[in-house]
Design a protein around this ligand. Structure first.
Ligand code: CA
Length: 241
C-alpha cells in the first residue's frame, strides 16, 4: 500500500443508482474511486493499476461476480475484496468467501456500516501487507517469524519451519481475522480435495498452537470457529473460539 495520494478503490456495480451513491460517499471520505459496470472491465482495470480495495457486486451482466473473485485471487492473494450482494442465499455468500473474498454485505445495507467496513478492511490490509523493509517478518505474542527464511523465534527459542508450516502461516497472516474454512486450508496448503485428510489439518493446527500459543490448550491466536474453520489473530483474542 502506497502512502502517496488517496487510496484507490475499484467499484464493480451494474446498478448505477447504487454505484453513484457509493462513489459519492467514498469520495466524501477522501478515497479515490473508479467505477466499472462488469467483471471483464474490472479485471482489465485490475491488471493495469494498483488498488487498495475492490468492492464487487455479485450479480453482474456477463461474467459472474464469483468468477471475478476467483480471477482476482489467482492474480493477487492479498487485495481486499468486499462483496455486495442482493442474494440472501447462504451458499453464494459462503462461496464468495471461500473463493477468497474478505467480507460481504447484503443489500440493502446501511451506508454507515458500509463505510466502517471499508475503513476496517483498508486498515487491516495496511497492517498485514508486509512492509518492504521488513520482508516477510511477522510478530505476534512473543513470536517472531521470518517466512522468507523459514525460521521462527518463540518463547521456546529458535526453530526451523517446514515448507507446509510456512505456507499455512502465510495464509493465516495474509488473511488475519478471516475465517478460513477447512476445505480452503486443505486445498491451499496441501492441494488436496476437501473430502480427504481432515485429520491432517487438525493435527497441524495443534502443532502450530504448541509452537506459538502461550497456552496451547486455550488458544488466543489460532482459533477454532466452530463449524466453519479456523481464524488467526495476532493480537490474541478468545472471541469465536
Ligand atoms: Ca447487480
Amino acid at each position: 500500500m502506497s502512502n502517496n495520494g488517496p487510496v484507490h478503490i475499484l467499484l464493480v456495480e451494474d446498478e448505477l443508482n447504487i454505484a453513484r451513491g457509493l462513489m459519492f460517499n467514498l469520495e466524501e471520505e477522501g478515497y479515490r474511486v473508479t467505477h466499472v459496470e462488469d467483471g471483464q472491465s474490472a479485471l482489465d482495470r485490475l491488471a493495469s493499476n494498483s488498488w487498495a480495495l475492490v468492492i464487487l457486486d455479485l450479480s453482474l451482466p456477463g461474467m459472474d461476480g464469483l468468477e471475478v473473485v476467483r480471477a482476482i485471487r489467482e492474480a493477487d492473494q492479498r487485495l481486499p475484496v468486499l462483496i455486495l450482494t442482493a442474494r440472501t442465499g447462504e451458499a453464494d455468500r459462503l462461496k464468495g468467501l471461500s473463493m477468497g473474498a474478505d467480507d460481504y454485505m447484503t443489500k440493502p445495507f446501511s451506508l454507515d456500516e458500509f463505510l466502517l467496513r471499508v475503513q476496517g478492511m483498508l486498515r487491516r490490509s495496511r497492517w498485514y501487507r508486509p512492509e518492504p523493509v521488513e520482508g516477510e517478518i511477522y510478530r505476534f505474542g512473543s513470536n517472531h517469524i521470518d517466512l522468507e527464511e523459514g525460521k521462527a523465534w518463540t518463547a521456546e527459542g529458535e526453530m526451523k519451519l517446514t515448507d507446509l508450516e510456512v505456507r499455512m502461516l502465510r495464509i493465516f497472516f495474509e488473511q488475519e481475522g478471516k475465517v478460513l474454512s477447512r476445505p480452503e486450508l486443505l486445498q491451499r496448503v496441501w492441494g488436496v480435495s476437501p473430502e480427504t485428510e481432515t485429520r491432517t489439518l487438525d493435527n497441524f493446527i495443534v502443532r502450530l498452537r504448541r509452537y506459538f500459543e502461550p497456552d496451547p490448550s486455550h488458544p488466543i491466536h489460532f482459533l477454532t470457529v466452530r463449524g466453519r474453520g479456523y481464524r488467526f489473530h495476532s493480537q490474541g483474542t478468545e472471541e469465536g473460539s
